[in-house]
Design a protein around this ligand. Sequence first.
Ligand SMILES: [Fe+2]
Length: 295
Amino acid sequence: MNYVKITRYRKKSPLKTKICIISDIHFSPKESSKRFNKVLKSIKKESPGYILIPGDIIDSADAVDDEKEFYRVLDWFKELSQLAKVFISRGNHDMYRRPNDDNDKRRWLLDYNELFWDKLRKISNIFVLENSGYSDERVYVFGVDLPPEYYNFEQVSFGKSTIFHPVRENKSELLHTLEKSSLDTEKSKINFFLCHSPIYMTDPDILKKLDGFDYIVSGHMHNGIVPPILNELWRGTRGILSPTRELFPLNSRRGNIDKGGKLVISGAVTTFAACAGKKRIFRGLFPIYMTVIEL
Ligand SMILES: [Fe+2]
């Protein structure tokens, strides 16, 4: 299918610009460039002022080991950076490596592939925000880099999550990360907070800390793998399944921006990527999701 499905929100603002949000790109050698070129084309058509990417750029750290793949991804980002300023926060897939050993596939290793991220950081107009912020004359963007402990990396990396025992994300690690960060916002600007996971982004304890932000932008949930037609008909934010195999999880789709809230949850560019294994046969059912906020 691979068409681009745009969810559009219009908000009153003196900014007069467009924000394009794409998430969970999951680059891997298994994905052809066709999908990614469609994303570029759609963003170009919108001619946004800013592009926000809340994580899971690559499917796993090993996805860019091959030199050809390494430069395919970087060249894509170079093209993207020519359309607008690009802000990136990292996701859980950006820090995992799959072992080479076929017998050991379920065990994941912690690896950020720093060579790749270093090159990405050096592209002009690309801003990788690791518990840090960036401001220009119109916006302030802060990106949170959640640690492996937040995702309960140990359990996930040994394939221990099932629908009967989903792995919970760790709220206290999130609070701890936020406490260490400087979350001052700038009143004269529109303030964006990028966080890969939206799970706790409606939690009162967390929202208290993010009071100054106008928008919270997340991905991670892959729209709760709700198929497109059901996605339109089924109200609310619940999905079918979370990435850690929780059934009917809240905060999986849309967020509450259409109800006057500040949370935007973007669907994935690649809903079932290489790491999804056999489930990848369903990937044709899902469009490429993009969210546009017109301010
Ligand atoms: Fe993802």
